[in-house]
Design a protein around this ligand. Sequence first.
Ligand SMILES: Nc1ncnc2c1ncn2[C@@H]1O[C@H](COP(=O)(O)OP(=O)(O)OP(=O)(O)O)[C@@H](O)[C@H]1O
Ligand SMILES: [Mg+2]
Length: 778
Amino acid sequence: MDYLAGLNEAQKAAVINTEGPTMVIAGAGSGKTRVLTFRIAHMLQKGVDPFNILSLTFTNKAAKEMKERISKIVGGNEARNLWMGTFHSIFARILRSEAEKLHYPSNFTIYDSADSKSLIKDILKQLGLDDKSYKPSLVLNRISSAKNNLISAQAYLNNVTIQSEDRQMGKPKIGEVYKLYEQRCFRAGAMDFDDLLFKTNILLRDFPEVLHKYQHRFKYILVDEYQDTNYSQYLIVKKLAAVNENICVVGDDAQSIYAFRGANIQNILNFEKDYPDLKTFKLEQNYRSTKNIVNAANSAIKNNKEQLDKEVWTANDEGTKIRVSHTLTDNEEGRMVANSIFETKLNNQARNEDFAILYRTNAQSRSMEEGLRKQDIPYKIYGGLSFYQRKEIKDLLAYCRLVINPSDEEAIKRVINYPTRGIGKTTIDRILFAASEQDTSLWNIIKQIKTTNVGVSAAVQNKVMDFAVMINNFSKMVDKLSAYDLASNIAQSTGILKEHFSDKTPEGIARYDNVQELLNGIKEFCEDKPEGDTSLRTLDLYMQDIALLTDIDNENEDDRDKVSLMTIHAAKGLEFPYVYLVGLEENLFPSQMSLNSRSDLEEERRLFYVAITRAEKQVNISYASSRYKWGNLISCEPSRFIEEIDEKYLEYDMPPQRVGKSSTGFGRTTEIENRPTPQAGKKTMIYTKKKQDPRPSATIIPPRKKMVKVTDNIPDDPSFTTLANNIEIGFRVQHLRFGKGEITALEGTPPNVKATILFDQIGEKQLLLKFAKLKIIK
Ligand SMILES: Nc1ncnc2c1ncn2[C@@H]1O[C@H](COP(=O)(O)OP(=O)(O)OP(=O)(O)O)[C@@H](O)[C@H]1O
Ligand SMILES: [Mg+2]
């Protein structure tokens, strides 16, 4: 039991008390997640079967890391049998095995929010509603919050209060949209994110034998980040725990930041009522951060009226004060942050991965990226347009979805005429109309296009039929081919690869690379199985695996040692030695929307608390006095949150005095004013500019150096092969797409040797030799 030595007394008490209801509500960095991890390890040591433990985490990555940690403590590979993951991924898995009870296919599709919005647009059109007044995102929000409160479409229509709310908003038809939305999802064999929880609740409510089964399976239930659960999640946990009551939740009310998505702080308070025998544990010592950081965070959160009383202290060093910097523009802020990272790396021998830049909104990443690129600092952005949200990736995945579940209507709409095959918009509208008229699925109409009168010409009918036959042929191969073989086959025979291959613009090349990257990912999935396992890893398994991946989960080897850029929301639970918190301006952070009510403002302040407490050694806060917003240059005031931190933990950076050409290269700095800083008594310099900054709005330039994994699918020229390891620096080689070049560096050990090649035409690229098809030339 020497692992228990890595815990303080309070943590140890929470770990060994494995039976009965337990709650740990404690401040950031006090070891809540560590307690959960050790508690599970402890249970396994005591002989609890891992199949009987359900542990719900905030990201799948957190689950993976926890499993690895547990494996290290207990040894062996029992930890892989734990039920551990996000609410969505765990209950999607359970819904698949129980799907037929809800009359869903077990291979149901999971619609992402883009699919949901596209479906809502369709429905608005069908109902003759204007999508300007019925904004799809607003309609989706209403539906989502109804589902999270377990209100079905029919209940929504019957609910007098909701109906009057919608009428007051001038949107009385949302209920009708919800009703059709529900029907269309069902018809398509699809569930959206909220359905995964909503339908689980229905399953547990309407099928006592199912509830009984899982109540007995999950003898122990653990939930991390409990403060951010919504009602639907709360109820699932409550039902499943009702028999054994071995339930342990950990969280921090000061870090509740998802109320806008229905998270309910009430769940913590309810917990005490639900389990009168509850044991609560207090953790007060922070192990993550320096004294300055802990104290600064405490002083900020004190401004919130609504919070549970708790102390957080640390025995760690004093550390440096929180540095506050001010720049003229957001671009300058990006450069300042990049320069500071560069210096800190040099001075403290820090690695790129030790740094995180956190912002309130994804749009702020642009100026940070530009700064980092200029300094040649590698970085990785989480969120924003994630890999799986890119058009070229969604297109290929839509084919894969369709092959698994031909009823998937959003997938059909996406690819029926992509790549172009002469099935126009009118035809698609007629097929949609016919499906509604006959109350059947799009796929049924498509399959029977020759015998159903949808009003299209014989020539178009043939094209639609060809499409149906193609999809059908792929479907027949699902059980026979590996996911990789089938997906490559789809990418080729549909013409997707060819389309990107023939586009030689930088964007076209990037799209081609992305599709290859996806195929490589599928290949890895197929090969990732225990030794001796000869089973086929098929496409349906792959699609289940990726359906709920978030960006944070989707890290690969190339992403190590990079600066992380993400929103504060995404940074929950994570820690980094150095944190840059940017854009600390009124109306941005706190956001404009939050200024109307105390509770919204308090949520923003909790977000601020989360941000500061991610840091181990140093926090840098910055704000700009002007930035582009919706195409206009606006001037900004420093955020009230800076002022709220006790002054003794802050250190203000004076901007360098410069007169003449400003560092942005545009406009001239002609006056320097003395203005009071947010801290009374201190002064800082603020530049005022005469001319407007004529910068172009966001342009995304692809990173200069990219690690490309290439598996050449086309064209097939046998003289190009993967050159195992018989290759040396200085060799001239030829690559099918990139042309001729010279090997300038080789790194890594076989089979993961990475070659840097200076191509004559396109410059330097790094390729993994196990994937790249090359030939040696004279
Ligand atoms: N007793 C301990 N001894 C050494 N290190 C510890 C101890 N307890 C926690 N830590 C370390 O402190 C850091 C914070 O712990 P952890 O992430 O579990 O905190 P948390 O309460 O879950 O934080 P958050 O509220 O941000 O989710 C981790 O690096 C963890 O390994
Ligand atoms: Mg945690």
